[in-house]
Design a protein around this ligand. Structure first.
Ligand code: CA
Length: 315
């Protein structure tokens, strides 16, 4: 009986320390409550709870915003901030960059969400990316820290790696942004739930018009966060999914699967091939490594002292 009373007392204490948010949900930190409302809005009005195009775009946006930073050229950044939401705040500038083609819709949608709920653009980008991964079966939970200040300066052009870049160019760029070759490979798990859109724009437009799921993905299961992407990239390629090969595209192993030149190069480069092979064999390591590297990327250049942990809001 003593034990039972102690147990009940401990529950009461824990319960009292949590803040009640909307719809009876609770949070350990009161300022995290707003993210329940953002989550409802995001899932209902944008993602529709699916691992679809908008979810894929949200993940892509997080990379493009985070990578717009250079350590060696400080003129290309402001106060060492990576994922700062500059792609939303300065959309009129950054959406004109070639590498950001196709991000218009998700940028506008996330801007409206952030404005409606009074959260920062850097936070909404990271939050939406973490939620998008959870909508895909097999997707890991990524921690979410809130409280990033809004960007005060646009990123410059030329910082986002392109699919036609060499492994040397991409690895140098990634290192300059503060990530290791191994972390780059970890992050490319995102291609397990991604489709090509602008390497072959004609094919994307045609496929979108007729049947959404036929937009060429980077593996044959773009709705599932699995390690097929790593495995497929290691296979020999002999098929052209569209009418011809485009800049940044190489031959694919399967009809309906699109292979980026950059993925092909990194899967065979001595600096990244070992990690690539390992992840192709171990889906659990792939999922945990992706979550760890995403969390690191989201915090690079940020001041942890002003952020608060709202990870519990991620589904
Ligand atoms: Ca997949």
């Amino acid at each position: 009986m003593k034990l039972s009373l102690a147990y009940l007392a401990s529950i009461a204490t824990v319960g009292a320390s949590r803040t009640t948010c909307s719809k009876g949900r609770t949070a350990a930190i009161a300022t995290c409550c707003v993210w329940y409302d953002v989550l409802d809005d995001l899932q209902t009005n944008l993602f529709e709870g699916k691992c679809g195009d908008d979810a894929h775009d949200a993940l892509r946006l997080s990379f493009h915003d985070a990578i717009g930073f250079s350590r060696k050229d400080q003129s290309k950044c402001l106060i060492n901030v990576h994922l700062d939401g500059s792609l939303i705040k300065f959309a009129d500038i950054e959406l004109d960059y070639a590498a950001n083609e196709g991000l218009e819709s998700i940028v506008m949608a996330e801007r409206d969400l952030a404005d409606a709920h009074g959260v920062s653009y850097g936070d909404i980008i990271q939050f939406a990316a973490a939620v998008s991964v959870r909508n895909c079966p097999g997707g890991p939970r990524i921690s979410f820290m809130a409280g990033r200040p809004n960007a005060t300066k646009a990123a410059v052009d030329g910082l986002v790696p392109e699919p036609f870049d060499s492994a040397n160019t991409i690895l140098a760029r990634i290192q300059d942004a503060g990530l290791t070759p191994e972390e780059l490979v970890n992050l490319l798990a995102s291609h397990s739930i991604a489709v090509q859109e602008h390497v072959d724009p004609y094919q994307h437009t045609q496929m979108s018009h007729f049947r959404q799921f036929q937009i060429p993905p980077f593996d044959l299961t773009p709705g599932i966060f699995d390690n097929n992407f790593y495995r497929d990239t290691l296979l020999p390629g002999f098929i052209t999914p569209g009418s011809t090969l485009h800049s940044g595209q190489v031959l694919s192993p399967f009809k309906g699967e699109f292979r980026l030149q950059s993925d092909f190069a990194l899967s065979r480069d001595l600096r990244t091939a070992g990690r690539w092979l390992l992840l192709s064999l171990d889906p659990f390591l792939m999922a945990s490594s992706f979550a760890t590297s995403m969390a690191k990327m989201a915090l690079l250049g940020q001041n942890p002292g002003i952020l608060h942990d709202c990870s519990e809001i991620i589904p």
